[in-house]
Design a protein around this ligand. Structure first.
Ligand SMILES: [Zn+2]
Length: 278
């Protein structure tokens, strides 16, 4: 494994950006620091680099956007080393007190085992010395996902809500209809910069997220219309997300385009959620 890291700043925010090269592929992660607050903690396999960054910036508290190992991976170690509290929402706390086992391919990339995390529950806002951040529940990518917004400075700490203007594949268990609702909800806030868990610092963030919303909206409506015409999940996936993705093979099918389509069809068959977002 090779790690390439850079540190960049935007306004008062400092970002540790890492690219891990493994198996001929690149995987990125970002850890953010602002005004005493560390936002996410990176994956276990880069623990030393994250600890070094944290020792430099000296955070007073940690917040987690969701329970995935590439965000919560070093939370317990950092909290212990720096003697600082971890803040997280109730759903993340429930998941992380006895962390679920990590799918095989994610273990290969990010590290073997997630240490249990115990922290203080925060549900609506978190304060630092000079700023206040609204905590916005944004399920879809995972059930426990939250974002942090500071409208005064136009900052959105988006965890894995954004990732890019479009998605080519999804993770098993991810819900596209829920993600659409969450993206729509966060767009009610005023922000201009997205601090993304993987894509890094994204300028014109509101427009970028609008583009993501349009992509999701189109994917949902096209899937719904083809499904209603009797098309199968496989056929819809081939038509709408035809590009072959290497990650599908690499992950043993755990990450694949069909999971995006499946979650939309699942939503049509289990509720009338699709109707309500049109
Ligand atoms: Zn995630």
């Amino acid at each position: 494994m090779k790690l390439f890291k850079t540190i960049s700043t935007h306004d008062e925010v400092t970002c540790l950006h890492g690219t891990i090269k493994k198996f001929g592929r690149s995987f990125t992660f970002n850890v953010y620091y602002v005004d005493g607050l560390l936002i996410d903690t990176g994956p276990m396999c880069v623990k030393d680099a994250v600890l070094e960054f944290a020792k430099d910036v000296q955070p007073k508290q940690i917040i987690l956007t969701h329970h995935h190992e590439d965000h919560a991976g070093n939370a317990a170690a950092l909290s212990k080393l720096l003697n600082i509290p971890i803040k997280l929402c109730k759903l993340s706390a429930d998941l992380l007190q006895n962390p679920p086992s990590i799918p095989f391919y994610r273990r290969l990339i990010w590290g073997k085992k997630l240490t249990a995390v115990h922290g203080e529950i925060v549900e609506t806002s978190i304060e630092t010395e000079n700023h206040q951040f609204s905590i916005v529940k944004t399920p879809g990518h995972s059930t426990d996902h939250i974002c942090l917004v500071n409208e005064t400075n136009g900052w959105l700490f988006a965890g894995d809500l954004f990732l890019g203007k479009r998605l080519l594949y999804g993770m098993k268990g991810e819900s596209i209809p829920q993600l659409f609702t969450s993206v729509n909800h966060i767009l009610d806030y005023r922000f201009d910069t997205i601090f993304c868990g993987h894509a890094g610092i994204v300028g014109h963030g509101h427009e970028a997220l609008e583009a993501k919303k349009k992509f999701l909206q189109t994917l949902i409506s096209e899937t719904t219309s083809l499904y209603n015409r009797g098309w199968s999940e496989d056929k819809i996936t081939k038509k709408l997300l035809s590009r072959q993705s290497a990650i599908q093979l690499f992950s043993g099918g755990e990450m694949a385009p069909k999971h995006l389509i499946h979650s939309i069809i699942d939503s049509i068959t289990t509720s009338n959620h699709i109707q309500s977002i049109k």
